[in-house]
Write a protein that binds this ligand. Sequence first.
Ligand SMILES: Cc1ncc(COP(=O)(O)O)c(C=O)c1O
Length: 286
Amino acid sequence: MARIAYVNGRYIDHAYANVHIEDRGYQFSDGIYEYIAFYNKKLLDGDLHFKRLERSLKELQILEPVNAGALKVIVRELIERNGREDGGLYIQVTRGVAKRDHVFPKNVRPALVMTICGAKTPKAHEFTDGVKVISQPDNRWARRDIKSVSLLANILAKQEAGNQKVRESLLLEKDGTVNEGSASNVFIVTPSGTLVTHQADEDILGGITRDVLLKLAKKAGIKTEERAFNIIEAKDAAEAFITSTSINVLPVVKIDDRLVGKGSVGAVTKKMQELYNAHIYKQTGK
Ligand SMILES: Cc1ncc(COP(=O)(O)O)c(C=O)c1O
């Protein structure tokens, strides 16, 4: 299957797609990104992702590389040219190409790159048996609400999870507050059945999956709370799960050396998986 990328106005064979060495994304990680899943060639929650992309750009004072309508046309064309029914769309916008200088360059066009990849869904047994995670210090900067390409602290934490042969690292403040995962949001279910996740502030990335799940849970009559919780509360929780565009709702059955609840996937987590899968079906038919 042909793999085609979009680079600053051109559709190019993925193998030959590249950007200039003075792209500020490469030099300073001066850029933002989105990752959107598609099923049957239809974007899942596309409008929510585009809204977050616009917000990230605004927060970093990067101009929109193309208008919202044009962006959607390019996305549709790219998915078509790649010929994939299901997969992931990666969009990256950087401040552009300019002589290396910390100060924003004047009169520079933002750079827009898009690639398509296969779905990164977890293995079937991970959804039914759950996964293990570890806790790690949150070493990121103070504006985690911006989906910046600056992911060094995230990848180091994820690598440590891989080194310890577990799925994810939960990122902790010094006082033990669980912010989120290295590439996911974290939910716990309290012993009394309340679904809890960190409030959407500057300490976490406001995940689209997180937002959708909160709405689905409320609609289904499940009590929800958006508030800080610490690692002790997480380990004492009845259930826990992590969410993102690529992992959907992934049950967590062990944190560090402690089983969560009975060490198996709980009823609320299963319900949230069902609700989320129904949400995907309703929007995309998959
Ligand atoms: C740090 C972080 N938190 C949360 C998420 C989940 O966001 P979303 O549900 O929009 O994919 C991601 C996704 O990549 C992430 O990198």
